[in-house]
Write a protein that binds this ligand. Sequence first.
Ligand code: V47
Length: 387
Amino acid sequence: MSIATLTTPSSIRKRLEEIQSKVSTGKRLSFEDGVFLFQPEVPLHELGRLAEEVCLRRHGRNVFYNLNMHLNPTNVCVYRCKLCAFYRTGKEPDAYYMTEDQILKRAEEADRSGCTEIHIVGGLPGDKPFEWYVEILHLIHSHFPRLHLKAWTAVEIAWFCRISGLSVEKVLERLLEAGLGSLPGGGAEIFHPQVRQKISAGKADGETWLNVHRIAHRMGLKTNATMLFGHIEAPEHRVDHMLRLRELQDETGGFQVFIPLPFHPQGTALSHLPKPSAFDCLRTLAVARLFLDNFPHIKAYWIALGVGLAQTALAYGANDLDGTVRYETIYHDAGAESPEALSVGELCGLIREAGREPVERDSLYRRVRRVSPTEWEIAEDSQSHGK
Ligand code: V47
């Protein structure tokens, strides 16, 4: 008799075996399956093993990373999301707006150091017109056209529609003309209104978030999706969130990656809550890999998970670590203890230690070939990695 048989109730074991058989025959997990897998009685290692199997089937031993920097043009925001430690009302001494010179300097540093991507998101100040956001993209793109601009979440796009009176299509058209490359996955939080209204009242609701991505996909843009977990939500809310993403992905195919983000309470209005445990983080990543059968990639964002847990996540279904990252503020303001940045050597070392093969990608998951530390090109066989 195995240890797992001894420690797992037979009803749980039977159900887990049904799910294992569904996964190995390529059948989809139901809402109820997803909720079941979040039960602490379901052995984490078995869940992880199953998620790893799915991941290996899709990607072999490849684990992706990129060279990127963050740019948060302002921390001033009209919204007062309880989940957020980053926003300022505008009156505090540390409220800021980056100048054009500062933005260009950051972009120049990114370009000079061989980055392929800048990740741009920020607060939404009440006094800046849509043109301000367009100009930020245009400024960077006109000086450094090689840099992919992964910019503005769906919440920001919905705000731009509101302040400009333009449709989502028109807003995205303007941003594309200015140099937009893809949309990051932020702002998704938890779609279910019961939770969303409590953690991020006022900003775009779940349906609006999904609709912005739907329209972006129809226009040919690739986008990412996140889920903020480990605060006041229940397993049902997490699975509901993933189900809505899976349905939209069936419709459009435009999502590249799912990124489960553990909540960091420090400095937020929810600072009384504990952080989600390492167990919970690994379980959530593994369930995501199994449930989101139509998402190519699952990202273990090392800034949010911490380096050790992100590395461990590579055995629980994740196949992407995000990037070198520099100038991240949203998580560091909320107490994240992860380093400010990782070098390429450190990232590759983490991946190799986990028994995987590091593969540099660009923001669209095309393989990058390094000519030198700062010079790069897209490899010819690159298209196959997007699927
Ligand atoms: O939407 C904010 C989350 C997100 C906190 O697309 C917090 O490749 C935890 O979306 N504790 C922004 N999480 C980050 C994000 C992201 C990160 C990396 C890669 C990509 C991608 C997207 O961060 C927000 C929110 O869900 N967040 N505050 C907090 N206190």
